[in-house]
Design a protein around this ligand. Structure first.
Ligand code: SF4
Length: 101
């Protein structure tokens, strides 16, 4: 099966931003300008120009985020942050990689 989507060049990387975690401090927008931007309406960070973003830019924004709102996945598995700390008052996500034993 051949893939012809732009994600191919990024080795299956996918970025999602958890709006509940975003405190809109703009650290990611400084780390990767034009890739992470603050949405004018909601105030939370969104990913723009994903198709031209480099892997380094995607990770730079994610690393800059103090609240772990930017989650990088590769082929459906979270690769950053490795440990996703639950937010205050939040139960750990059930869709996390549960270390079921
Ligand atoms: S660095 Fe994190 S908390 Fe700050 S704007 Fe970006 S996603 Fe939101």
């Amino acid at each position: 099966m051949t893939e012809s989507n732009p994600e191919q060049g990024k080795r299956g990387l996918n970025v999602r931003i958890d709006a509940r975690r975003c405190i809109a401090n703009g650290k990611c927008t400084t780390a990767a300008p034009g890739i992470y931007v603050l949405d004018e309406e909601t105030g939370v960070a969104v990913l723009e120009n994903e198709e031209i973003a480099t892997v380094a830019q995607l990770f730079a924004g994610a690393r800059a985020c103090p609240t772990q709102a930017i989650i990088v996945e590769q082929y459906g598995r979270r690769v950053f942050p490795q440990i996703l700390t639950p937010m205050f008052g939040e139960k750990p996500d059930e869709d996390e990689d549960a270390a079921s034993s």
